[in-house]
Design a protein around this ligand. Structure first.
Ligand code: FE2
Length: 425
């Protein structure tokens, strides 16, 4: 063995397991591994998890907060307008520099992969080139998956379709879209069909910004679901945001969600962004805006959570912490049952790994030894404490670490002084 992690707790609740790593892969998970390894980590009191996966992000815009100005309204549309003001002034070097800084931040927080949308409406495709370069550079320590995203609308922006094809030819992985931003509902539906056909022809995955609005009549998810079914793309299509579902008529949703499950479509909510951007036209009561996460999960639709934005035209906060994302989702969706809280952890780890079709992900023998050792007793405590990422491993090699927070977190030096696990038995 190259590495043995001793006495870890596993996400399924199993305690006292040794994890052996050889040649970058998990070679054994046993109560006790005999013998010695070149390196050992004492994981007593730590939760060993596969890394966090951010299923939805915008790395071309990240860390650009204040450029060229701050948003006044906080709405999606002013964010898009602000990004439009910044785009002509972007340089490839600046995009690369900001993205690399973000990747460092993400890895330190235990991130293993990020699906990032990249705007293809700038004819120069400068951001596409920049993020392809970043993807190449960070590959040893972070997996990036790029989505060709026609931010200004496939039909609303003059060269968007041609640019999207160019971006795919350059190596962008996934087909994106933004049907609710097209000029008409009809154009939106047409864009969904066209984009799904492009993906089907090329054997690519689809992940569309879909119905990111409070308008309950924005029903492009219906078209996306139907196209997923028609083109036989079960397990390959994702609707991101789906915030209009929050405001939809319940009867309509009672038909929609089973159709989504039947088609094999996945959903990605972006709780930090949904809770701050949606409901901006409401007085009171003010809608939360996040899609119907527990109802989708109950129907068997895979649901992941994305960070979406960090310090960019849409959102002035964020620190690449997927436990903060999971915590916000848990609160907004009122997922405070034991199963609900655990599902929120899965929505930033195992579920997005499946949606992104990541290979070798997981905590099983034969998986890549990509692990994060969290200072927590279980998945729920990890969310509650935004647990310290004591060790972050990629292929069995430590790429980030952080000190214990136990001394600073509680009155008696124990963050688990109020032991939630004890409280619930
Ligand atoms: Fe987004």
């Amino acid at each position: 063995m190259d590495l043995i992690i001793r006495n870890a707790t596993l996400p399924d609740g199993t305690t006292g397991r040794d994890i052996g790593v050889a040649d970058g892969l998990i070679a054994a998970i046993e109560p006790t591994l005999e013998g010695e390894a070149a390196q050992e980590i004492d994981a007593t009191g730590l939760l060993a998890s596969p890394p966090f996966i951010d299923a939805h992000f915008h790395m071309d815009a990240t860390l650009s907060l204040g450029l060229p100005r701050l948003s006044r309204s906080g709405t999606l549309l002013e964010g898009i307008a602000l990004w439009g003001e910044l785009k002509p002034h972007l340089t490839q070097d600046a995009v690369i520099e900001r993205a690399l800084a973000y990747c460092d931040m993400a890895v330190a927080q235990g991130m293993g992969a990020v699906r990032t949308h990249v705007d293809v409406c700038d004819d120069r495709l400068l951001a596409v080139e920049a993020l392809l370069e970043v993807k190449r550079r960070v590959a040893p320590y972070l997996t990036l998956q790029l989505v060709a995203f026609p931010q200004d609308g496939l039909y609303r922006s003059p060269n968007a379709e041609a640019n999207l094809i160019r971006a795919l030819d350059m190596g962008v992985d996934v087909v994106g879209g933004i049907p609710h931003f097209e000029r008409t509902m009809a154009d939106g539906a047409r864009s969904v069909t066209r984009l799904c056909e492009i993906a089907a022809e090329r054997g690519l995955l689809v992940d569309m910004h879909c119905d990111e609005t409070d308008d309950p009549m924005s029903r492009h998810i219906e078209t996306l679901t139907a196209e997923c079914q028609r083109l036989g793309m079960a397990g390959r299509v994702t609707g991101s945001h789906l915030t209009s579902m929050h405001s939809m008529d319940n009867y309509y949703v009672s038909k929609l969600i089973p159709l989504m499950a039947e088609a094999g479509i996945a959903a990605i909510a972006n709780p930090l962004i949904n809770i701050t951007i949606q409901g901006r036209h409401d007085t009171y009561p003010k809608r939360r805006g996040m899609t119907r996460v527990p109802e989708l999960m109950a129907a068997g639709v895979p649901v992941a959570f994305g960070h979406d934005c960090v310090m960019d035209p849409w959102y002035p906060m964020g620190s690449a912490d997927m436990l903060e994302v999971a915590s916000m989702a848990l609160h907004v969706a009122q997922m405070t049952s034991l199963d609900g809280m655990a599902a929120c952890f899965d929505a930033v780890t195992a579920t997005p790994a499946k949606i992104l079709h990541l290979e070798g992900y997981g905590l099983d023998v034969g998986c890549r030894a990509d692990l994060v050792l969290l200072e927590a007793g279980d998945k729920i405590e990890a969310i509650r404490l935004r647990a310290a990422r004591r060790h972050v491993l990629r292929g069995g090699r430590e790429i980030a670490s952080s000190p214990s927070r136990k001394a600073t977190l509680s009155i008696d030096g124990r963050p688990d002084a109020v032991d939630f696990r004890r409280a619930r038995t």
